[in-house]
Ligand binder design. Structure first.
Ligand SMILES: [Zn+2]
Length: 106
């Protein structure tokens, strides 16, 4: 009976150790990653092991663009560019295009 208890205790301690190691790993990746920005912090917040591994892969920081219509900053991959002007979404691009003089309306 005592052996079973010992086994369970060992298992729990092992799990805790793995979790602690992963957390330390993620912290290190964040610190060495540098300029990861708030986006990186959000990803690490979930604490998933798979995400920590993915964060280790070298990834270029994504450029941010500013929506001409609403002024929101969005990652370049999520934005669309119409007539040389960046927008956060198609709805804003359409709204901007529908307005005859976008600058004067504001
Ligand atoms: Zn917008």
């Amino acid at each position: 009976m005592r052996q079973i208890f010992l086994l369970i205790l060992l298992f729990v301690v092992g799990q805790w150790l793995v979790k602690a190691l992963r957390r330390a790993d993620a912290h290190n990746a964040q610190r060495t990653g540098a300029s990861g920005g708030p986006a990186g912090g959000r990803a690490a917040g979930n604490g998933a092991g798979a995400q920590a591994r993915a964060a280790k892969a070298p990834r270029l920081p994504e450029p941010m663009i500013r929506c001409v219509e609403c002024g929101v900053h969005a990652p370049a991959s999520d934005s669309i560019v119409v007539a040389g002007e960046p927008f956060c979404c198609t709805a804003h691009a359409q709204r901007h295009a529908a307005r005859p003089t976008g600058r004067d309306a504001r």
